[in-house]
Write a protein that binds this ligand. Sequence first.
Ligand SMILES: Nc1ncnc2c1ncn2[C@@H]1O[C@H](COP(=O)(O)OP(=O)(O)OP(=O)(O)O)[C@@H](O)[C@H]1O
Ligand SMILES: Nc1nc2c(ncn2[C@@H]2O[C@H](COP(=O)(O)O)[C@@H](O)[C@H]2O)c(=O)[nH]1
Length: 401
Amino acid sequence: MGEAPAFIADDDVSNGLLLKSKGCETIINMGCNKTFAIGAMGNGSDSSIGVRILDKSTSEWVIPTVFGTKPALSKGHSAIVLDEDRILVIKSNSTSDDCFWFLEVNTAFVREQRARLGTEVVAWSKGVVGEAQIPVVISGPSGVGKGTLIAKLMEEFPMLFGFSVSHTTRAPRDNEQNGFHYHFTERHVMEKDIQDRKFLEFAAVHGNLYGTSVESVEIVTDQGKRCILDIDVQGARSVRASSLEAILVFIRPPSFEQLEKRLRARGTETEEQIQKRLRNAKAEIDQGTSPGLFDHCLINDDLEMCYENLKKLLGLSDGSGKATNLSVPETVHVPLEHTISKIDKKILINCTAPQQEKPANNMFVLDLSSIKGGAPGRTRGLNFYAAGPSLTGTNGFKMAS
Ligand SMILES: Nc1ncnc2c1ncn2[C@@H]1O[C@H](COP(=O)(O)OP(=O)(O)OP(=O)(O)O)[C@@H](O)[C@H]1O
Ligand SMILES: Nc1nc2c(ncn2[C@@H]2O[C@H](COP(=O)(O)O)[C@@H](O)[C@H]2O)c(=O)[nH]1
């Protein structure tokens, strides 16, 4: 691990945006009578960035309950207050998926958890650079062909889509791999994880528990890919009601007889299970085809035609099977020495290069005007671009190794 960074406050930082250093921690004063210390906790045992809170009314330091994936310690980081709810932390020398982190200190999610637990709470949310496209939920009765359609999409566009691997308490089928088709788990483990808020949605389906973990969606988003979820109608309803913005597609069979035929031909369920799935299918088709819940409804009669229609509504095809909408994740690299400052929703990152005689073209902008999401998932929609030559005397602070 690298040596602890020191932080030097610029003289003109007076508006409470960010404050000085304390050893290897950044010290941030928030308006809520609290001071946040962010950095290595000094005990040498934790490999992630820690947080302590000073309650100024009691002068006591508190270790909060931390939600979300914690950022790993890096050689240096800087921090700046975004608003009364969040602090932005920028890690130096990090890859694009590990550079920008939001420490939520008073968002709706944090307030909810604080009220539930009766303790101080903070939550980390990793920033995702680029125009992450909203997840796609594919729903429909068992046997309609959801998995088949998703497999075709993943095969044709492996760089564009990533599958959210669900958790389930049902037993694996012969051809199913743990961690690829599902995370197969025990009911008591899954129930505990649900209690611990690890799931974005979950439902009891055909007698087993199924759920989408926050982490499963994050893994896909971190790869810069568009997340596809294969979930039942109850799950789709939960997603609709959640903070996860998604496009919801219902797949319906051409007829109930065809559905039964497909389920039987698949040969993966016992007669009893097939009967249960068919009984549930009736209610699912009713709910899926009634207005309000789903954005789109496709009939999976001819598989190729249904697949073309799916691609069309996802903006992937002009109808001829040609891809039209491929995107590439951006790369980000913030050096150890930099200053940051904030103008409205834009963060200016001035990468100083003292060894160079002339200032290099090293001013970058992190545009936060289109961000979406937040803890317990990711903060998406960050834009990062070069803004021109370095400026001096900006309202920021310098981080040194
Ligand atoms: N358009 C189609 N015409 C005929 N058979 C199809 C069609 N689409 C899929 N199938 C077949 O139907 C069976 C069920 O499909 P699939 O497993 O993809 O359904 P599913 O909706 O994912 O089911 P579950 O919800 O139970 O996972 C498979 O054997 C598949 O090959
Ligand atoms: N609400 C959720 N439903 C899910 C999830 N993963 C799968 N499913 C749905 O369960 C049924 C049965 O699936 P099978 O693999 O046992 O045939 C099917 O309708 C899936 O869409 C999930 O994470 N959440």
